[in-house]
Ligand binder design. Structure first.
Ligand SMILES: CC(C)(COP(=O)(O)OP(=O)(O)OC[C@H]1O[C@@H](n2cnc3c(N)ncnc32)[C@H](O)[C@@H]1OP(=O)(O)O)[C@@H](O)C(=O)NCCC(=O)NCCS
Length: 181
């Protein structure tokens, strides 16, 4: 099921925000949200979606929305945030298919308004309803805001992987956070 409103609320700046399940038609807007997050930090979704609009659309349109979640936050008919919940290993390994990997991205102007937290809470409920047993996310150790937001909704740090990501000549440590459902 996609492209339906799931939640409406007022953000910290007073604007009305609609959360809705996304689909094929949202591909371009989602990738532009991710790109505004500083392209070099968005490796995870970019790896999945590819960098060209066509490959993004192909990936999103091929998603099984019973096992994967794509959620957008919309303000004034513009997508300002995107959350992806991707079944681990594409659901191909029964040993890990109970895990949903979360990626969360807000455009700069809409950060710090409580929207990301609302999207995470929705994802937690969605995962429970779809029989997932655990949520995981990978966060750069330097990304204190993101760590704070995930911990506030019940994720705990499970370990740090050093030099996990290479960006140019720089290697970045990453924290794995998880929430058992
Ligand atoms: C991380 C992100 C998704 C959070 O979404 P958001 O809508 O901005 O988050 P919220 O407004 O719901 O909550 C922000 C919280 O972080 C806190 N915060 C802000 N800057 C912070 C910092 N440097 N250190 C710790 N906490 C910080 C705020 O005080 C607020 O917490 P509070 O409500 O307890 O006061 C968003 O900021 C973003 O897109 N960042 C860039 C991409 C990214 O880092 N993605 C995460 C990787 S999965």
């Amino acid at each position: 099921m996609a492209e339906e409103d799931v939640l409406k609320f007022i953000a910290g700046n007073g604007e009305k925000i609609v959360l809705r399940l996304a689909g094929c038609d949202d591909a371009e807007e989602i990738i532009s949200v991710i790109k505004t997050n500083a392209p070099d930090r968005s490796y995870e979704l970019m790896e999945l979606y590819g960098t060209k609009p066509d490959s993004v659309k192909k990936y999103i349109c091929s998603m099984d929305f019973d096992k994967n979640l794509l959620l957008v936050a919309v303000a004034n008919n513009i997508v300002v945030g995107a959350l992806s919940g991707i079944q681990m290993d594409g659901g191909k390994r029964p040993q890990t298919s109970h895990i949903l990997n979360i990626g969360l991205h807000m455009v700069t102007a809409y950060r710090g308004l409580g929207i990301g937290s609302q999207m995470l809470r929705f994802a937690i409920d969605w995962a429970k309803q779809h029989s997932f047993k655990k949520l995981e996310a990978n966060i750069f150790t330097t990304n204190k805001r993101s760590l704070h937001v995930f911990e506030r909704v019940g994720f705990v740090e499970e370990g740090t992987r050093q030099k996990r990501i290479r960006i140019g000549k720089q290697y970045i440590d990453e924290v794995l956070v998880g929430k058992v459902l």
